[in-house]
Design a protein around this ligand. Sequence first.
Ligand SMILES: NC(=O)c1ccc[n+]([C@@H]2O[C@H](COP(=O)([O-])OP(=O)(O)OC[C@H]3O[C@@H](n4cnc5c(N)ncnc54)[C@H](O)[C@@H]3O)[C@@H](O)[C@H]2O)c1
Ligand SMILES: [Zn+2]
Length: 382
Amino acid sequence: MDELDLRFSVTYRHRILFVEDAFAPACPALAGLVGEGRVLPLVDAGLAEARPGLRAEIVAHAAARGMRLTREPLVLTGGEAAKRDTAVVKAVLAAIETDGLCRHSYVLAVGGGAFLDAVGFAVATAHRGLRLIRMPSTTLGQADAGVGVKNGINTFGKKNFTGAFAVPAAVVNDLRLLASLDLPRRREGLVEAVKVAVLKDPAFLAALEAEAPALRAGDLPAVGRAVRRSAELHARHIAEGGDPFELGSARPLDLGHWAAHRLESLTAHRMSHGEAVAVGLALDTLCARDLGLLPAGDAARILRLLAALGFRTYAPELHLDGGKALIEGLEEFREHLGGRLTLVLPAGIGSPTEVHALDPARVRAAADELRALDSAPCAARS
Ligand SMILES: NC(=O)c1ccc[n+]([C@@H]2O[C@H](COP(=O)([O-])OP(=O)(O)OC[C@H]3O[C@@H](n4cnc5c(N)ncnc54)[C@H](O)[C@@H]3O)[C@@H](O)[C@H]2O)c1
Ligand SMILES: [Zn+2]
């Protein structure tokens, strides 16, 4: 037997810029990132509709800053529909091919987390990877999905089944992009901020509690502050957590996500990711309490904060088929991560721990409790 066993490592840079208005003529952020490079601009259709002047603003901004756009911004389907089939992926690949982009060119993608997931997958595969600048345009995107290194689409009825890890050239979190979101969407992404605060940062959780009234009202500066810290915690976890491409069996930031992913597919995505995570987070919180990991006071605090931010913490699908449909989500989650089932649960605020099994009876009891809380009068919940 003969063997060559070589090792090498590659250093990645993960840059996230926070700006107030990236397309204002005076903002130097984008031009500073792309320099002389050619840029293919892509815009989420939902965003383009909500902010009709955006395409012209992008063109004017590029002209003012000397950026080399390959065409006027191309508008493509956004939302979960972007991930449902391969249409968006193919359209991006076709535009890259038509415009003759090389591996030193940039794709500037402006849109929600789903749009960025689909576009990012195409960009990661064209010429085996072009430079991508992600500009998340939802709160959830700026607080979590958009600042990560994962891309993908849903295939075979499974979320993110086909995808790739690819570190973007940069992420630009532009606060003004959030201005065109309706109120529910504007606060929806805050659930990822609550999640990461519960796992990693007690002071951040207290700050979210203090700002809850402003956040619930969709106050943009308050949302911007929550997004800033959430993005930082998520990005630091990727860059400094030791497993950026999730080679292990654990996903330490995925509190509440096994149930959330299941709820998204059980509702055929009528529930958005954020809405589903709020329910999943509440469910895992109660399971953690009942396992004796999380003090009851902390569990109540988490549920109170979710309610204060305007989240519903129950979905009837938790009880579909006597709860069996939900429980199947555990195996689906295990399969997606690979290896042994590993769930992260809070053992106190800021103290995550891993468990490798959840008793279905315990999950059912937690779902029952959430149903009871949901139907209780509001006064009883506060
Ligand atoms: N890659 C990751 O690491 C990661 C992490 C978490 C979640 N995700 C994925 O992100 C997706 C959810 O993303 P999302 O919450 O951003 O929602 P979304 O991308 O589904 O967007 C929601 C809707 O808002 C529209 N929209 C986007 N920006 C807008 C704006 N500024 N104004 C008005 N409308 C706008 C979209 O067109 C869409 O209709 C899910 O597919 C989820 O799986 C990915
Ligand atoms: Zn999430």
